[in-house]
Ligand binder design. Structure first.
Ligand SMILES: CC/C=C\C/C=C\C/C=C\CCC/C=C/C(=O)SCCNC(=O)CCNC(=O)[C@H](O)C(C)(C)COP(=O)(O)OP(=O)(O)OC[C@H]1O[C@@H](n2cnc3c(N)ncnc32)[C@H](O)[C@@H]1OP(=O)(O)O
Length: 289
């Protein structure tokens, strides 16, 4: 794991709410972020993503997320996580474009490997993962929802979700495509992926990329109630079943991850791609003004 300098505004929060268990809040400060590990409701942890302004996946943010997930996974008192965003602008803007623009091949290699690591950790997690999606998530921003067990989307026209890579002139990695196919089926994925569709809430529900759409102020309470249903199932039976269903998909990435890294690095290092990226980043900044 690389050594990381402290950063402002980067962090994950596990927020207590009611202290049902009567356990005192544990607070620990780490290299990058402050993690306040407390009990909200026995055995379920709300994990709030906060990498302002849009929860884009910087290398530092990815690394911290993996560390925090590992801690939760190893803490046998936790059986599920509700993942949501603490950034008002987005659930996640996906790949942090500054990480893949103007850097060197070694950096691109490390970045892609860590992104794969996060995917593997989430996809094969023993915990129940529920995405409480309270903001837009496009392309790489769908990584957490697509690897979760259940997705709840806020009913807001800004909350668009989908793998829109083709609209950016790129192709979604196979390990983004595979979970989508597993969730919405082959034909709907062909359609969604080739056209780079970003679904507004009602369409997202109809195609099945999310499991529930609720008013924004009910996303958390709905997530809690869904979590309760999932936690009613004995862990060992649910975990074995999850692993049985997901392992073949995960194995594909494990088997091909080196080739996938090489492909990504050679693609992203092209001058033409770097120019497009610079233009896209500049456009994002212009749109703001
Ligand atoms: C042309 C080539 C493009 C892409 C990549 C090329 C190669 C990659 C190869 C393979 C990878 C494939 C798999 C994954 C791909 C990805 O995830 S690519 C990234 C996809 N995400 C997006 O395109 C989202 C872009 N952002 C937005 O649409 C909006 O910002 C938003 C809807 C999330 C929020 O909108 P607003 O509330 O209007 O906020 P702003 O637009 O003003 O944004 C605030 C601030 O954040 C910066 N920003 C936004 N997204 C990113 C990002 N992904 N990476 C880095 N920075 C980002 C934005 O520039 C603003 O910055 P400032 O101007 O405040 O400095």
């Amino acid at each position: 794991m690389p050594h990381l300098p402290p950063a402002q505004g980067l962090g994950f929060r596990m927020r207590p709410s009611g202290g049902k268990s009567g356990r005192p809040a544990a607070r620990s400060v780490h290299g990058v972020s402050e993690v306040s590990a407390s009990w909200w409701w026995w055995s379920q942890a709300p994990l709030q993503l906060k990498n302002l302004p849009v929860n884009s996946f910087s290398l530092e943010f990815l690394t911290e997320l993996i560390i925090n997930l590992e801690k939760l996974e190893n803490d046998k008192t936790f059986r599920g996580i509700i993942i949501t965003s603490d950034c008002p602008k987005a659930f996640s803007a996906g790949v942090d474009l500054r990480e893949i623009c103007g850097k060197n091949p070694a950096h691109y290699t490390e970045y892609w490997k860590v992104l794969q690591d996060l995917w593997l950790r989430l996809y094969l997690s023993n915990l129940v993962l529920i995405s409480a999606i309270n903001g837009p998530c496009a392309a790489g921003g769908c990584l957490i929802p697509l690897t979760s067990d259940y997705r709840i989307l806020a009913d807001n026209p800004k909350c668009l979700i989908g793998l829109n890579e083709t609209r950016l002139g790129i192709s979604a990695p196979f390990w983004f495509k595979d979970p989508l196919v597993n969730i919405i089926g082959h034909r709907a994925s062909e359609h969604a992926l080739q056209l780079g569709l970003l679904f507004p809430p009602a369409e997202a529900l109809q195609v099945g990329i999310v499991d529930k759409v609720v008013p924004k102020d009910q996303v958390q309470s709905t997530a809690l109630s869904v979590m309760t249903q999932w936690l009613a199932i004995p862990d060992h039976a649910r975990q074995l079943t999850k692993n049985m269903i997901r392992k073949p998909t995960a194995d594909l990435l494990v088997k091909h991850r080196d080739t996938d890294i090489q492909n990504f690095v050679s693609f992203i290092s092209r001058d033409s791609i770097q120019k497009s990226l610079q233009m896209y980043l500049a456009k994002l900044k212009q749109n703001k003004d």
